[in-house]
Design a protein around this ligand. Structure first.
Ligand code: NAD
Length: 358
């Protein structure tokens, strides 16, 4: 593989290969774009089959963070780190302290956080070596209520675009997954007058939402075929696929799960069938807004106000899709690029004087 060609093609600024002999740590830190601010994105700990797989995953995930952070209106660029190895290992302190040192060596160009395979405790080890880490034990805490509120606003925006009104009164919503985000979201939707049809693999969580929100429960695989207004995936990725799309009897798909489209072409297929899709990374940006609130010292109220803006962002994505004739999942990227390019092109009002003697 021609590494420079790959990173040039994907637009990355910097990729760092890191190794610590004492702990056996092997990591890759990928900084995609810092136009808007420091590159923020979590650290994934995964047993990659090959180094190339780890490299490509770091590139793909860091680029995704550039778009996610930009569209959320945050002053953050996109980055991501991967650590190669068994994420169940009990020997974590020295691995994550080594990782912290390499993050620190980038002087704040990259800010790390939790991701698949890492925990709050791991981030506390990282924090022993660097301040460029978010999501540590003592700070912003569980992001799921902020994420849920952002998804709620994305659903309202989708309703507005489809039916001309934000109101969810009497709308039927098929909600898949009643975990951290799904349970908070169920409460907001119920308070807004929606009728919920829900599913989860955990019977206790179903019972709670049936009791508190008057929801109707269905079996795991029945959720796709529920006759409803909106399908809201809040469990797994890849749930919009060749199997599920023909079953859908909804007008909108909007939820919290990451990577809802198994492949891009499934976004095209939703479009073809006239189902409005609120792109996942726009709808679930409350999670990263919560991390940002930790970096900026925002209160929970301020974070929730920022998550409120997801309403306008989703509408701007739909407008972009309509005006350019592209599917909404592509329009989200265009909206993100517009913001990055606008900031990149900003006239500097404080010119530098390179030859000035001090
Ligand atoms: N937590 C956040 O702030 C946040 C932010 C951005 C994106 N997300 C994404 O939103 C989704 C939900 O996040 P979460 O924090 O609530 O996770 P969670 O693990 O708390 O909840 C997931 C729920 O889905 C259920 N589930 C698993 N498999 C299922 C299946 N086949 N059918 C139905 N239910 C199933 C689980 O039992 C669990 O209750 C994930 O895709 C996550 O990546 C979460």
């Amino acid at each position: 593989m021609q590494h420079f060609e790959v990173i040039a093609e994907m637009g990355h600024e910097q990729v760092v290969f890191c190794h610590d002999k004492a702990s056996g740590y092997r990591g890759i830190i990928a900084i995609h774009d810092t136009t808007l601010g420091p590159a923020l994105g979590g650290t994934r700990f995964w047993n990659y089959a090959t180094d190339e797989d780890a490299f490509i995953d770091a590139l793909r995930l860091s680029r995704g963070m550039t778009y996610k952070n930009a569209v959320a209106g945050l002053n953050l660029g996109g980055g991501k780190a991967v650590i190669i190895g068994d994420n169940k290992t009990p020997h974590r302190e020295m691995l994550f302290r080594a990782h912290g040192r390499f993050c620190d060596s980038l002087g704040g160009r990259y800010v790390t956080a939790e991701d698949v395979g890492t925990t709050v405790e791991d981030m506390d080890f990282v924090h022993m070596e660097t301040t460029h880490v978010a999501g540590i034990g003592s700070k912003s805490g569980d992001p799921s209520s902020v994420t849920a509120h952002g998804v709620f606003r994305a659903i309202e925006a989708s309703a507005h675009a489809r039916w001309g009104s934000n109101s969810l009164e009497g709308r039927t919503i098929a909600l898949q997954g009643l975990g951290h985000v799904g349970t908070h979201l169920a409460k907001e939707l119920h308070a807004a007058g929606a009728q919920l049809v829900v599913t989860d693999i955990d019977a206790g969580r179903i019972a709670h939402v049936v009791d508190t929100c008057g929801a109707r429960a269905v079996a795991l695989n029945e959720i796709y075929g529920v006759k409803a207004d909106i399908f809201t995936p809040c469990a797994l990725g890849g749930v919009i696929n060749d199997d599920t799309i023909p079953q859908l009897q909804v007008e909108i798909v909007a939820g919290a799960a990451n990577n809802q489209l198994l492949e891009d072409r499934h976004g095209d297929e939703l479009e073809r069938r006239g189902i409005l899709y609120a792109p996942d990374y726009v709808a679930n940006a409350g999670g990263v807004i919560n991390v940002y609130s930790e970096l900026t010292g925002w209160s929970r109220d301020r974070a929730l106000r920022k998550a409120d803006e997801i309403y306008e962002t989703v509408l701007s994505v739909f407008r972009m899709a309509k005006s350019t004739g592209i599917p909404t999942y592509q329009a989200a990227d265009r909206v993100a690029e517009q913001r990055i390019n606008a900031v990149r092109g900003m006239i500097r009002t404080w010119p530098q004087y390179p030859n000035k003697e001090t």
